[in-house]
Design a protein around this ligand. Structure first.
Ligand SMILES: [Zn+2]
Length: 110
């Protein structure tokens, strides 16, 4: 619910800045690690956007995969099944490079 609320806030603020009459679509990027259930987020978004410029807007959710970089050999790889081990050198010193983000990528207005 808190996530849906902040998405609505961000979208409405951007739409007001551009003097839009209403928001048609909101494109959101969500990292795999966020564990967002799309249907649930879309439902919450619908409720939270009532009586705002985002009322009736379509929420489009794009999931970004969990990616990590090995600190030893600097290889980037996709993390599967939460296995934080480098497939190249079996190193365990890794850094997560994507999959934790959550942001409004852009909005479409009229
Ligand atoms: Zn490595």
């Amino acid at each position: 619910m808190a996530i849906a609320r902040s998405i609505v806030d961000i979208a409405v603020a951007a739409a007001e800045k551009g003097n839009a009459r209403r928001i048609i679509r909101v494109n959101v990027l969500a990292g795999e690690l966020r564990g967002i259930i799309p249907a649930q987020l879309i439902l919450c978004f619908g409720l939270m956007s009532e009586n705002t410029l985002a009322s009736g807007a379509h929420l489009s959710l794009e999931t970004t995969p969990l990616m990590a970089r090995c600190r030893t050999c600097e290889e980037d790889f996709a993390v599967k099944d939460y296995s934080y081990i480098c497939p190249g050198c079996q190193g365990q010193g890794i850094q997560v490079v994507s999959g934790t983000e959550l942001r409004v990528r852009d909005i479409e207005v009229e």
